[in-house]
Design a protein. Structure first.
Length: 386
């Protein structure tokens, strides 16, 4: 798609075509910015870039998805409020230059099929893809964790979204037919094999996450407040990752009810991720699904980031034959659910949930039957031969 668009716009073939995937998180929600554990997968929905270098310092950037284009100079990279879609790429180029990497101008076309504003990390895919593209175009040698760090920095400090590191990490380092278990404190990770007879089915509620950004910041502040209050009891903790349920029971009198609920979710969710990895490695898919179900209940009741639409999608899913587990995924307040479904039931599941959702709310849910795919650093970049 983008290669053809590049030829149409710029009149000749690109030098490089690279891609980066979106992601869905199987379990471990709102734990990453608390130094906790997550278990995402890269999915077979991608953002693709086609590009060639220029001899000057100008970047000509075209978005297929927005049908829009901008031009800027590497000598003065600033946020563009009129073309916000371009800021994810601008931020990557800016911080590469800030850290001493030598760039040239470029003609770039990008686009893909990761749904926007659905909790599937289209922004992280753009950022990671832009870093990998820069490595190819300008012959840069970046270690994998540097790719992740720079992509996240673009979102945190240029786009000004305070995300954790999970999204960029899995987009860069995902592995086909595997989930990725990540410790967000020390960034150690390992790939966990997924059973070949299950499908990862994402159900998009169609509801844009209007509250997600503001409520995300509120939850972030609440977690920090909880840590500060727990310290007043003598607990030497730097994050909620370091608190267990026994500690919480002793210290709970110092926490306001809302902070107690937020803390309980983070602690229990971290435990669920650790258990999920154990049962998945043993092939105990039913137990894995039970942990997914419990995760949704905790996100709904203790972290309070679900919505009517997400709850209905989860309830519909949990009632279908062949479903192992279902939960909301992403920041919440709209977006998507993730469902682990036996392969033979995938088609009937998609039909039943779509029909049930329309009947319940009069809304259409887009259903994506996904598989775990390689990340951007797994050799999916190609030099154009045309």
């Amino acid at each position: 798609m983008v290669k053809e668009a590049f030829v149409e716009i710029f009149g000749s073939a690109p030098e490089w075509v690279v891609q980066a995937p979106g992601r869905v998180n199987l379990i471990g929600e709102h734990t990453d910015y608390n130094d906790g554990f997550v278990l995402p997968v890269a999915i077979d929905r991608i953002i693709e870039f086609a590009a060639r270098s220029r001899k000057d310092c100008r970047v000509h950037l075209h978005s297929v998805d927005f049908q829009d284009q901008v031009e800027f100079s590497l000598d003065c990279i600033q946020e563009d409020a009129g073309h916000p879609w371009s800021n994810y790429v601008r931020g990557v180029f800016k911080f590469l230059e800030t850290e001493g990497y030598s760039l040239k101008g470029a003609d770039v076309v990008f686009g893909g099929n990761v749904p926007r504003e659905a909790g599937l990390s289209s922004s992280a895919a753009v950022e990671v893809g832009a870093v990998v593209l820069s490595m190819k175009l300008f012959d840069l040698n970046l270690a994998p964790l540097e790719v992740v760090r720079l992509a996240r920095k673009a979102e945190n400090e240029f786009v000004n979204v305070p995300c954790g590191i999970m999204d960029q990490f899995i987009s860069a380092l995902g592995k086909q037919d595997h989930a990725l278990f990540l410790d967000c404190r020390d960034l150690t990770y390992r790939h966990v094999p997924l059973h070949e007879n299950v499908k990862i089915i994402v159900c998009n509620s169609g509801v844009r996450r209007a509250l997600a950004a503001s409520e995300y910041e509120i939850r972030l502040k609440q977690c920090r407040q909880a840590v500060a209050q727990l310290r007043t009891t003598g607990m030497a903790v730097n994050s909620l990752r370091e608190v267990n349920l026994a500690d919480l029971e002793v210290a709970s009198p110092v926490l306001r009810e809302v902070l107690l609920k937020r803390t309980r979710h983070v602690i229990s969710e971290n435990h669920r991720v650790l258990e999920a990895v154990k049962v998945l490695e043993k092939g105990c898919l039913e137990q894995f699904g039970e942990l997914m179900n419990a995760s949704h209940a905790s996100l709904r009741d203790d972290y309070e980031v679900s919505s009517k639409e997400l709850d209905i999608l989860v309830a519909l899913a949990q009632g279908q034959p062949g479903v192992l587990g279902a939960r909301m995924t992403g920041a919440g307040f709209g977006g998507c659910t993730v469902n682990l479904v036996r392969a033979e039931a995938a088609e009937s599941f998609a039909k039943a949930v779509k029909e049930g959702y329309r009947k319940a709310l009069g809304l259409d849910a887009d259903i994506y039957v996904c598989k775990a795919s390689d990340g951007a650093l797994a050799g999916c970049s190609t030099r154009s031969q045309d």
